[in-house]
Write a protein that binds this ligand. Structure first.
Ligand code: A3P
Length: 345
């Protein structure tokens, strides 16, 4: 009898012990999973190679066909329904910087089969009239896409407009933000060149860059001049950082996008958690144009419009030096905040 009771007790203890070991093993496994899901340092996790993502073949087949027809307004409602196409709010926005290479960046990212670009600058968040039209108006401006694709828009005015960070935050606080920058003095001259061309087209005269960039009374840099103010990147970024953590921004080197675009695009693919799909095949240097152009496939390729890549006017070297000296401390701060350093003077 005693022997039978002892055997029963041993059996119960065995069951309890195996239950305890099982729970322990489960906990260890769970903690391991959580560790993997929630990296301690988001910046590192961002740089880790993304999990290969399955992009359905039909996306690749239809992207240049059906989506293109849709953009031209040629697809039927039936086709839209049949292919489960939707207009999605952007999951990433190129917020600036004007003349940094925003168009080139958008067009190059659009080479990726999982990316769909909003072709026009929508100016939803920086224009009060558009903003008052509401989020559904904004969504209606987005291109059709497959649900697993991501929509990207670019409006460089967003970067420098006071109200925009809060408005974007209200739409999506975890949105990814891309900023493409160039050496600040070159960017300011490029900005000036664009305005100058507009004036010339209207047969209007315009001041020389030197006159606008330098205050004639003080001989100091004229910070009231918009082309100068826009190049003080850190000032604008600091306003954005009141709403978004620095990890939600990715800084693109606009000067390198001109000379060697692929590595810059690969960094953006990682930031967007997309599998690497843009390759050297998609980018070819066009000597006549003096820039890289885009190759989608064997039959379809294109260069950016002639308005991208204007010849800049010659600027007095002493003015260039003054501007470079002026931007220097702001650049240092920009490097410090973003963790991306450039060889700017
Ligand atoms: P410049 O006209 O000063 O050369 P944005 O699209 O933001 O207005 O920027 C325009 C700038 O994009 C151009 O400035 C040009 O240098 C740059 N850019 C970068 N890659 C380019 C490319 N592949 N083709 C044309 N322009 C490009």
């Amino acid at each position: 009898m005693l022997f039978k009771q002892q055997a029963l007790l041993r059996q119960k203890l065995l069951v309890l012990a195996s239950l305890a070991i099982g729970s322990l093993l489960y906990l260890v496994a769970r903690v391991g999973t959580l560790d993997r899901l929630q990296p301690i340092c988001p910046i590192e996790s961002r740089l880790a190679p993304p999990e290969p993502e399955q992009i359905p073949l039909r996306t690749l087949q239809f992207k240049r066909g059906l989506l293109h027809e849709l953009r031209k307004g040629n697809a039927t409602k039936e086709q839209i329904r049949l292919h489960n196409l939707v207009q999605q709010l952007p999951r990433a926005i190129i917020i600036g910087v004007r003349k940094g290479g925003t168009r080139a960046l958008l067009e190059m990212l659009n080479l990726h089969p999982a990316v769909v670009k909003a072709s026009q600058e929508i100016h939803f968040f920086d224009n009060d009239q558009n903003y008052a039209r509401g989020i559904d108006w904004y969504r209606g401006k987005m291109p059709f896409s497959f649900p697993h694709q991501i929509t990207i828009e670019k409006s460089p005015a967003y970067f420098i407009t006071e109200e925009v960070p809060e408005r974007i935050f209200k739409m999506n606080s975890s949105i990814k933000l891309l900023i493409i920058v160039r050496e600040p003095t070159t960017r300011a001259v490029s900005d000036y060149t664009q305005v100058l061309e507009g004036k010339e087209r209207k047969n209007k005269t315009y001041h020389k860059f030197e006159k606008l960039a330098i205050d004639t009374n003080t001989c100091e840099v004229n910070t009231k001049y918009k082309a100068v103010r826009t190049s003080i990147y850190t000032k604008h970024l600091e306003r954005w950082l009141k709403y978004f953590p620095v990890e939600q921004f990715h800084i693109v080197d606009g000067d390198r996008l001109i000379t060697d675009p692929l590595p810059e695009l690969q960094l953006v693919e990682r930031f967007l958690n997309l599998p690497s799909r843009i390759s050297q095949y998609n980018l070819y240097f066009n000597a006549t144009r003096g820039f890289y152009c885009l190759r989608f496939n064997i039959v379809f390729n294109k260069c950016l419009a002639g308005s991208k890549g204007r010849i800049h006017p010659e600027v007095d070297p002493s003015v260039v030096a003054k501007l470079q000296k002026f931007f220097h401390p702001f650049n240092q701060k920009f490097y410090q905040i973003t963790g991306r350093t450039f060889n700017w003077p």
